[in-house]
Design a protein around this ligand. Sequence first.
Ligand SMILES: C[S@@+](CC[C@H](N)C(=O)[O-])C[C@H]1O[C@@H](n2cnc3c(N)ncnc32)[C@H](O)[C@@H]1O
Length: 270
Amino acid sequence: MLTFSFLTLFPELLAPFAGEAIIGKARDRGLLDVKLVQLRDFADDKHMKVDDTPYGGGAGMVIRVDVAERALASLSPADEVILLTPAGQPFTQAVAEELAQKSHLAFLCGRYEGFDARTEGLVTRELSIGDFVMMGGEAAAACVLEAVARLLPGVIGDPDSHRADSFSSGLLDYPEYTRPPEWRGQSVPEVLRGGNHGAVALWRRRQALERTLARRPDLLSGAELTPQDSATLLELGVTAQQLQGWNAPPPPRPKRARRRKNIDANEQSE
Ligand SMILES: C[S@@+](CC[C@H](N)C(=O)[O-])C[C@H]1O[C@@H](n2cnc3c(N)ncnc32)[C@H](O)[C@@H]1O
């Protein structure tokens, strides 16, 4: 079972993510655990002060490293201690998959100007959820919780459902449709209504390639592409040079025409 421990000044912001919907149910079923730790409980003065002004001057307050240290020491050992910061490694599906293999993840959620820089020495990694600055680390922590929890065995009903998700194979997901089949002049593609599973799979793969090419071509260099994918990408206007740049396998060789044999046969019969 994976335990997520969140060290924060605002545990009430994370409580709904930890207690509701699929994560709440998974917690009730013992598939994961979430602990919310109030950083203020580790202040060492009667005012429960966890922050102070920055050395060198400047705006805002900085969270003290000794407070972070005491809060972390109160936990059972964690395989990873993660500092949420805009300066961290970008959080991706690959990182989520890596974290889903662990048994205890502890997260330091910052506020104000963040943690004293010496806190970096207490953590195993720093994660950023994107190139923007939020007011606190709680929303970032909730993103990581949502992304990692759904990869844990038993949390999502259909274990296959996340294999086709965007990023899992390196591509964006194909588009999905449900009822009604016609809506404001837009129809569900015929192939999805025909019941031919092979044709559906081919259509979906092509859509995933087409969407990735149009929206996130940067992903193609890291995607797991097959020779058939290369053929599809060529049809979609990609050049052989681009395919090479993405390390895509060569497309299948076109089947050799049997024409010569037929001509020979005709020549013989004349
Ligand atoms: C106002 S921010 C501090 C920003 C910091 N002065 C900087 O520019 O890097 C306060 C806290 O929000 C969290 N935070 C803000 N944006 C984030 C992001 N993109 N990814 C992860 N955490 C973020 C961090 O925990 C951070 O300590």
